[in-house]
Design a protein around this ligand. Sequence first.
Ligand code: HEC
Ligand code: HEC
Length: 412
Amino acid sequence: MKASVVLYVIVGIIFAITSIVLGIENWTPEEKTLLLGLQRSTTIPKDQTNAVADNPKAAKLGHQLFFDKRFSESGEIACASCHVPDTYFSDAKQVSEGIGMTNRNAPTIVGATWNKWQFWDGRSDSLWSQALGPIENPSEHGFSRAAVAQIIFTHYKNEYETIFGSMPPLDDYFRFPDNASPLGDEDAKANWQHMTTSDQILVNRIFANVGKSIAAYERLIKPGESRADQYIQALRENRSTDKILKENEQAGMRLFIGKAKCVTCHSGSQLSDQQFHNTGVPMVADLPLDVGRSTVNPQVSSLEFGCAGIYSDNQKVCQTQPVNQGIQAMRAYKTPSLRNVAQTAPYMHAGQFKTLRAVLEHYNEAPKAPMGITEITGLGLNKNELNQLEAFLESLSAAPDSPDALLRNPAQ
Ligand code: HEC
Ligand code: HEC
């Protein structure tokens, strides 16, 4: 009896040592499937609603527009002011500041083309339609679509025309005022109403093409291969995973897909299920009330610049909305990607948490939601386990998989 116990122990120890030496981790088939699902995707998803999505000329133009501060009321704000290449295309602020203060934290755009829905509340259904939001938002660029068209006409006419064909006579200021939009200030609205419907459509088309060019550029800002990806690749090929991740990172990976239940929402190649959840994140006292997805039109694709709108290049490929309306939508936000998460503090839709540790403590404690019902239930993880999870999150970073030239202002 005793001898057999000793034998078991010896065999066990030998097995453990061989596993460590050979770097074989004992993942169950279910765990392995979950892990393989998290691996980086290098195939840029198609966007049939944007005919120039993969057109290099459009990407080149979009690159210039992304950094061009002339597209703003003050001449000081570009997309790159809040999506700063040095901070993984986010801005390291709690909430972003453009012409005015916004009420949300700037997400990274690295890998944003893999998002099904854009913005924290998913109110946009493509990268190109998303890009048109901040330009006319009074707190961001504070600009008008007619002014955008004028700048393209003055500074980018040749580039634009080689991609999209000839521009209308925008120097006819009677037909095309330089501050006009159905949104925006009183002047802009009045000027817009004076335009003929067909001229409004001409301006809208240029505006949509600006969004499509910017999206063509953003599509090339792809996530790089993190150490976690390398580990999963080795697992996929049944190679040794030895030394790719440190022991505590690997333990954190195990918690992530197991006891800590992170993978129920942070799944897939972007570590996001592309759905919306209330996770009981606290309100920020001095910001306007934010109810998350509750205010989002469930027919996102039929919006003016949505997939089913007239400026879309394919109205037949619109995605179905995730079904969470009513109470489920209250303070529900999009599950963000966790790629490069260690580089993009602060966290959550209004930058509520300064550190990853604070995020993890939030999940561990699962406080009552300030509005609506939280979906998280508390984890009971000890300090060591929290350290491990944090270490795993840090292994998800990698420099963007894009040529250096795309990560800089093309004008410099
Ligand atoms: C004043 C700062 C600011 C400027 C300027 C700005 N953004 Fe953003 N961006 C944000 C904030 C804040 C959010 C989140 C807003 C929300 O969810 O309501 C965001 C969201 C996004 C998203 C969605 C990412 C995701 O994961 O959902 C993309 C893509 C993006 N911006 C691209 C752009 C582009 C392109 C421009 C220029 C046309 C631009 N931004 C200008 C601050 C800014
Ligand atoms: C029920 C779904 C769900 C589960 C489970 C979940 N998350 Fe999240 N996660 C979200 C949502 C939704 C947000 C954004 C919430 C917000 O901004 O209000 C988020 C935000 C985050 C952020 C901030 C990212 C950023 O860029 O701001 C981190 C980090 C994070 N989660 C890690 C984890 C970890 C680690 C676990 C497991 C302990 C986990 N999450 C479990 C849905 C979930």
